[in-house]
Design a protein around this ligand. Structure first.
Ligand code: AMP
Length: 607
């Protein structure tokens, strides 16, 4: 059966899993870690780095290291979230050609899906190295509250990475799948998912025979551990300003160090009551004197700094329970997911709200990828008994006269779903009708997210009101929206021209895909070279060590001198291939080197 990997593409960390012999397992990366930082960097030499190696060099290469790209995916340039990121990120964010966002790394602009594709490609490579075969199919998770633009952009990222994303599933739903997998339970559960960048809450009914039905979901795609880190950074920066009258934000490297230290302190305060933030030589004063930052942060101060953020998650929980028409007492289990749920204050806030101790039995960093892998396996195996019914997190509708939002598909409707609506012409001989499709909860159209302009073109010429077009709005199981139209009188499908509002064009995706493919080939070649070089250098070193001894023993005969000359030639050829970085040539010489080494050892052993 074809292998499908499950990828949790996180704001801070990503994780990949697979179902092996019926058991879902997380695949460790080469360093042995089960999660990989969702970080991408380009070095001065133009080398692309992803994951731990990108994180390790982030402080010294802050301007060319991207973190938390997921906060920007599928967002428009003029959105408040992007403005916020522009002001606080250590890397450069600029406007793209479609009112979208581009990130500048070493003078080259990358779209956000391209950056996410680098992380996805890394996860694909981790899986391929582990499985020893190539993998092309994946289930990728997204925050439940992601809108269509964000989902579509995530799908584009998968395509750029060379992955066939057979399904997009919501993170809390994936967590619930993993929680309920193989346990044959019947329960109503709430999944509270607080990660690095986003917050989600989903309420599900887990039924017999593997039925997972989401009843309601909500969240905030710009609320996560990053915001708590930002509060700590603010606190450190303002303290430093008071003391030295210097704004540390002006220095990108200082900002990156602060970010690292803030996150570290936050994590430490989950197990201790106070910790010291210690950043020697953080900046130099105007008088050329190095200044240090040293401050004690207590758990209590952290809790005060984060209080309103935690409160916001609780308010969203309250609203979601109301949407689900359930009382707290009807929730039988609260499952905690996401790294931030390790914070004691968050655990106690959840416990206080739901009035029951949350379940900490699932691994908060791995459960989402495991759920994605479970769903992936179920999609390619018809024998698996599992039904997943998710909902749309946002209402879908159109803009009507007076800038009102007319809702067509309400929030929390089970997907896939569709609704039809009849449009009529309002002028004689009108040949085109424009429909603005949007997602959101506000009655005012401009407060919702514009998904696209759909223009029905080539309509029959007829007196006004006589052409009736039936438009079908569809949300598929990925939560992705599509629109179809039909002329009711003729039954003909009507063509629709879609203007993307922030996404990439097909041509752009194709070019980015080719680039990503080339990069992967380069990387594989470079890895192949490094491995061959290492092996060859080891053999050369051993041969060189034996040379004087062998020379002494065999140099008296012509045959011996000839053998030594040949050995020298092989070593020289291998050295020159290493110098040229020619992987194939180095590999070619390894056999000769191995033979020579064996022969030398034999000569020495015999005397
Ligand atoms: P996730 O997106 O689920 O990987 O969650 C990552 C977020 O969890 C980041 O903001 C981390 O700083 C945060 N995190 C991880 N471990 C801890 C911890 N022990 N205490 C507090 N926050 C943590």
């Amino acid at each position: 059966m074809e292998k499908v990997i499950g990828i949790d593409l996180g704001t801070t960390n990503s994780c990949v899993a697979i179902v092996e012999n019926g058991t879902p397992v997380v695949i460790p990366n080469r360093g042995g870690y089960k999660t990989t930082p969702s970080m991408v960097a380009v070095t001065e030499a133009g080398k692309r780095l992803v994951g731990h190696i990108a994180k390790r060099q982030a402080i010294t290469n802050a301007e060319n290291t991207v973190y938390a790209a997921k906060r920007l995916i599928g967002r428009k340039w003029n959105s408040p979230q992007v403005k916020n990121a522009v002001a606080t990120s250590s890397y450069r964010i600029v406007e793209g050609p479609h009112n979208d966002v581009r990130i500048v790394l070493r003078d080259k602009e990358f779209s956000v899906p391209e950056i996410s594709a680098m992380v996805l490609q890394e996860m694909k490579v981790i899986a391929e190295d582990y499985l020893g075969e190539s993998v092309s199919k994946a289930v990728v998770t997204v925050p439940a509250y992601f809108n269509d633009n964000q989902r579509q952009a995530t799908k584009d990222a998968g395509e750029i990475a060379g992955l066939d994303v057979i399904r997009i599933i919501n993170e809390p739903t994936a967590a619930a799948l993993s929680y309920g997998f193989g346990r044959n339970i019947e329960k109503t559960v709430a999944v509270y998912d607080f990660g690095g960048g986003t917050f989600d809450i989903s309420i599900l009914e887990i039924g017999a025979h593997g039925v997972f039905k989401v009843i309601a979901t909500a969240g905030d795609t710009f609320l996560g551990g990053e915001d708590i880190d930002a509060r700590i950074i603010d606190w450190l920066v303002s303290g430093f300003k008071e003391e030295h009258n210097i704004d540390l934000r002006q220095d990108r490297m200082a900002l990156q160090r602060l970010k690292d230290a803030a996150e570290k302190a936050k994590c430490e305060l989950s197990s201790v009551r106070e910790t010291e933030v210690n950043l020697p030589f953080i900046i130099s004063s105007g008088r050329n004197e190095a200044l240090h930052l040293q401050r004690t942060l207590t758990r209590q101060t952290l809790e005060e700094l984060a209080e309103d953020l935690v409160e916001r998650t609780v308010d969203i929980c309250k609203q979601t329970l109301e949407d689900a028409k359930l009382g707290k007492d009807e929730i039988e289990e609260v499952v905690l997911v996401g790294g931030m749920t390790r914070m004691p204050k968050i655990q106690s806030a959840v416990q206080a709200f739901f009035e029951k101790e949350p379940n900490k039995g699932v691994h908060p960093d791995e459960v989402v990828a495991l759920g994605a892998a479970i769903q992936g396996a179920a999609l390619v195996d018809d024998k698996q008994e599992m039904v997943l019914l998710d909902v749309t997190p946002h209402a879908l509708g159109i803009m009507t006269f007076g800038s009102y939002f007319e809702e067509l598909i309400p929030q929390n409707t089970t997907v896939p779903t569709h609704r039809t609506k009849i449009f009529t012409t309002s002028r004689d001989n009108q040949t085109a009708v424009k429909i603005l499709v949007m997602q959101g909860e506000s009655q005012r159209a401009e407060e919702n997210e514009l998904l696209g302009e759909f223009i029905l073109t080539g309509l029959r010429r007829a007196p006004k009101g006589q052409v009736e077009i039936e438009v079908t709005f569809e949300i598929n199981a990925d939560g992705i929206v599509s629109v179809r139209a039909k002329d009711l009188e003729t039954g003909l499908e009507q063509s629709i021209q879609v203007t993307a509002t922030s996404g990439l064009t097909r041509e752009e995706i194709k070019t980015m895909m080719d680039n990503a493919k080339d990069d992967l080939v380069d990387r594989r070649t470079s890895e192949e070279f490094e491995a061959a070089k290492q092996e060859a250098e080891k053999l050369i070193a051993e041969i060189e060590k034996l040379f004087p001894q062998v020379q002494q023993i065999v140099a008296s005969s012509d045959f011996g001198r000839d053998a030594i000359e040949k050995a020298r030639a092989i070593v020289d050829k291998a050295r020159s291939a290493i110098e040229r970085r020619d992987a194939a040539a180095v590999k070619e010489q390894i056999e000769g080197l191995t033979r020579t080494h064996r022969m030398f050892k034999g000569v020495v052993a015999k005397t």
